[in-house]
Ligand binder design. Structure first.
Ligand SMILES: Nc1ncnc2c1ncn2[C@@H]1O[C@H](COP(=O)(O)OP(=O)(O)OP(=O)(O)O)[C@@H](O)[C@H]1O
Ligand code: SF4
Ligand SMILES: [Mg+2]
Length: 361
């Protein structure tokens, strides 16, 4: 297959991953499921954001795409499946930028040598052409040629991350995975790196899976966004509509955690620690944090049952789980306020419930 003709750069289909904990002296070995039937597609040249709180499985999905961990399901990059392609072929087409640039760089290797390394490893070019491409890449990531013969310790955190981005692009990959690539940087430096991603993306042909716990950052950069909760994609869509009209209660919670967006949102009353999966083993993972939850959600009933169910009495008493307590209640779309733009609770509830039980394929 000619990879350059494939418009779906990343196809993840029904991917599940489990970590096996071998247990200790007094505990049995157990298996923990981290990814739960994840499906998403990233198209050529698309900037795709994956967002969710810490521990939900974002990096695990990134590692699965990079072929670093085993998984069930199917992952194809530019039409190629891990199983059917050589490691060399695969790694040249999928590259990654991680959170900590210092640990990604060899402290004894000069910046130019770091940039040349992927070409050398794949037997591409001559010594002179590799050096030339490294210098061009330095320019692309906003560093001049004087950085070429310096060591990582001579650079700031933001400059090192620019080098990591350059190294990721040396083989002209179809897909770049950026996992919390701005999280370790100061806000202003992180913003510069986001702008750099945008600038480079305009000049080069690649798609990106941008992983972050910060919905604001993902919204700023990405064309489409998927929201992950406990290893499941609960909602995905184009960035504008997901950010301005979030449909799933968890997406709303993420937005409510951004103070300037939803300071008074009811959802912000729920802390991230309020969840305990064990309490509703058969029910929805989001039960303890969801203002929409009903008794029916404890046992994951049929869709109609849930739509007709009464709100949980405890939450009703607290003004939550009812129309009055819903984050979209009383907000007039004509008023043009920020956040969810609908007063019609029922259709919104229906839509998000459809997604609760029928994860986006
Ligand atoms: N090698 C491993 N063995 C066992 N459990 C693991 C392993 N790696 C990750 N986990 C668990 O899998 C879950 C998901 O981890 P992951 O690193 O993918 O989360 P994340 O969404 O990237 O979080 P963060 O935003 O903090 O980076 C966590 O509960 C983590 O403890
Ligand atoms: S199933 Fe939907 S409404 Fe029920 S608790 Fe889960 S997210 Fe909330
Ligand atoms: Mg992570």
């Amino acid at each position: 297959m000619d990879n350059k003709k494939c418009e779906e750069i990343l196809e993840i289909s029904h991917v599940t991953n489990r970590y096996r904990d071998s247990g200790g002296l007094f505990s049995k070995a157990k298996t923990t499921r981290v990814l739960n039937d994840v499906s998403l597609t990233i198209h050529r040249d698309e900037l795709f954001g994956l967002v969710g709180e810490s521990g939900c499985g974002k990096s695990t999905l990134g590692k699965a795409v990079l072929g670093l961990i085993p998984y069930e399901g199917e992952i194809r990059v530019a039409g190629l499946e891990h199983a059917g392609s050589s490691r060399r072929e695969f790694t040249s087409n999928v590259q990654a930028v991680f959170q900590d640039p210092l640990s990604s760089l060899n402290p004894r290797r000069t910046i130019a040598k770091t940039l040349e390394e992927p070409l050398l490893a794949h037997g591409i070019g001559t010594k002179e052409s590799r050096r030339q491409k490294a210098l061009e890449m330095l320019e692309l990531v906003g560093l001049d040629a004087t950085y070429a013969d310096r060591l990582p310790r001579d650079l700031s955190g933001g400059q090192r991350q620019r080098v990591c981005i350059g190294a990721a692009l040396m083989l002209d990959p179809d897909l770049v995975i950026a996992d919390e690539a701005t999280s370790a940087l100061d806000v202003s430096v992180g913003a510069q790196i986001l702008n750099l991603f945008q600038e480079i993306h305009e000049r080069k042909d690649f798609a990106m899976l941008f992983i972050s716990h910060n919905l604001n950052v993902v919204y700023y950069l990405c064309d489409r966004i998927a929201v992950m909760y406990r290893g499941s994609i609960v909602e995905q869509g184009d960035a504008e509509s997901l950010y301005n009209n979030p449909r799933h209660p968890y997406t709303r919670m993420l937005l409510s955690a951004i103070p300037e967006i939803e300071e008074s949102d009811e959802l912000s009353q729920y802390s991230f620690e309020q969840t305990r999966r064990e309490a509703v083993p058969e029910g929805c993972d989001f039960y303890h944090r969801c203002p929409y939850a009903t008794e029916a959600c404890k046992t994951r009933p049929g869709l109609e049952d849930c739509l007709d169910a009464d709100p949980d009495p405890a939450k009703e008493a607290a003004g939550q789980g009812t129309a009055a307590g819903r984050p979209d209640a009383g907000r007039d779309p004509a008023a043009g306020g920020s956040g969810p733009e609908t007063t019609a609770a029922a259709p919104v509830v229906r839509e998000h419930l459809v997604r609760c039980w029928n994860p986006v394929k």
